[in-house]
Write a protein that binds this ligand. Structure first.
Ligand code: CMC
Length: 375
């Protein structure tokens, strides 16, 4: 048996998938064969969610029925809301979301039905309810009354409505929609793999999503979009950005929003999100953040040859949309629920328990000393 160690599973191909394809050599990412930047240019997030789950873009009738089905499920039970309301105001919203998804599972009488139809229905219910949960939690922390979902509004418009009581100009909604499309799916990233590991034990989809939320929270993964904005606020002045970055690199600190395990040349999602971020800056007078972005990007490229990843433009774009920083990773969850749940269903369709090996480097086998010799 081979004892080669693949630290972090780097370069290891674990299974087949038909959901998305990351081709590092050409910097391309496709969902079901479609380049993600083309989807972001012309589709709604609801169309892309449908594509990720069902393998094809919907026609008009399919989209109408999908929207009716999901929009009508946006309300969240009183019991889940009351559990969220009992959480400390200062807990991270990702902790709240992890707890809330557990509650959705506990409330679902079909929790352990792992048929593809049952899991598809649960995935759509989470897609519908997660924005309501994130918006409710945001408002309760501000001491504001909750705003009920509006079934006449699309996914992104409804989220703004539930957070702020109004829908912003369509250009802002479009920038948010683009971020939802770009965040939706990314093959065997850490949180998706986590979901597949849990699923492989034949546990339920809510357990898989709860575990995936825990994996996404970390700053090396989804938590980076929050960390980027904290970093930018700390730097504050674009003129100080290059020196700040040089200091970080000299201290061997990781700079959030840069680097990627698979893309070494560039992250294919970045140019599209950078355009959306620039649009947000033009709409809100936030050009300072774009100037800082460009300083940091240029300095990192010249010092280390490392490119930004999607979290680098997404963090400041969400800031300019008016979201509080701790909401950024929960917003990522609202999108990635599509990819996670598609992978849960795919894993179950050809399941094998995920159980790797380890190379033991501890004490060699020895006898337990007799109690009289130990005590
Ligand atoms: N800042 C400074 N140096 C870096 C960075 C960075 N962000 N990323 C990689 N490096 C350097 C690293 O120090 C190492 O240098 P050396 O060989 O001289 O020691 C080399 O590049 C390889 O780094 P690694 O950490 O071994 O590479 P990895 O493939 O394990 O890392 C990563 C991938 C995403 C964990 C890493 O790039 C990182 O920590 N980035 C910052 C956090 C971040 O932005 N995460 C979001 C990832 S993408 C979106 C998502 O998944 O949510």
């Amino acid at each position: 048996m081979s004892t080669d160690i693949h630290k972090g599973l780097a370069g290891v191909v674990v299974d087949n998938t038909t959901i998305s394809n990351v081709v590092a050599e050409t910097n391309s990412l496709t969902y079901r064969g479609y380049p993600v930047q083309e989807l972001a240019a012309s589709c709604t997030f609801e169309e892309v969610a449908y594509l990720i789950w069902f393998g094809e873009l919907p026609d008009a009738a399919q989209l109408r029925s999908f929207n009716e089905r999901t929009r009508s499920q946006r309300e969240v039970s009183r019991s889940t809301i009351s559990i969220i309301d009992r959480l400390p105001d200062n807990c991270h919203p990702m902790d709240m979301l992890r707890t809330a998804v557990s509650c959705l599972g506990a409330e679902d009488p079909a929790e352990d039905d792992n048929s593809p139809q049952a899991n598809q229905a649960k995935a759509e219910a989470m897609f519908a309810k997660l924005p309501t949960i994130v918006a409710h939690d945001y408002r309760r922390r501000q001491g504001l009354d909750r705003i009920a979902p509006d079934t006449s509004l699309g996914f992104s418009e409804n989220f703004f409505h539930m957070c702020f009581g109004e829908v912003p100009p369509k250009e802002v909604v479009r920038c948010f929609e683009i971020s939802m499309i770009l965040y939706a799916e990314h093959s065997f990233n850490a949180s998706t793999f986590t979901a597949r590991v849990v699923t492989s034990t034949l546990s339920d989809i809510y357990s898989s999503v709860t575990a995936a939320i825990g994996a996404l929270k970390g700053p090396l993964h989804g938590g980076a979009n929050e960390a980027v904005m904290h970093m930018m606020l700390e730097i504050d002045d674009p003129a100080k950005a290059a020196q700040w970055l040089r200091d970080q690199v000299a201290a061997k600190n990781k700079v959030m929003g840069f680097g990627h395990r698979v893309y070494k040349d560039a992250d294919s999602r970045v140019p599209t999100m950078k355009d959306a971020f620039t649009t947000m800056a033009e709409l809100t007078g936030g050009e300072k953040w774009v100037a800082m972005y460009e300083e940091l990007e240029a300095e990192m490229l010249s010092l280390k040859g490392i490119h930004p990843n999607l979290d680098f433009p997404a963090g400041p774009a969400y800031y300019l949309m008016g979201f509080s920083i701790p909401m950024f990773t929960p917003i990522f969850v609202m999108s990635r629920i599509t990819g996670w749940s598609a992978h849960v269903i795919e894993q179950l369709a050809a399941n094998a328990l995920i159980r790797p090996l380890s190379a033991y480097t501890g004490e060699s086998q020895r006898e337990v000393p007799a109690a009289t010799a130990r005590l």
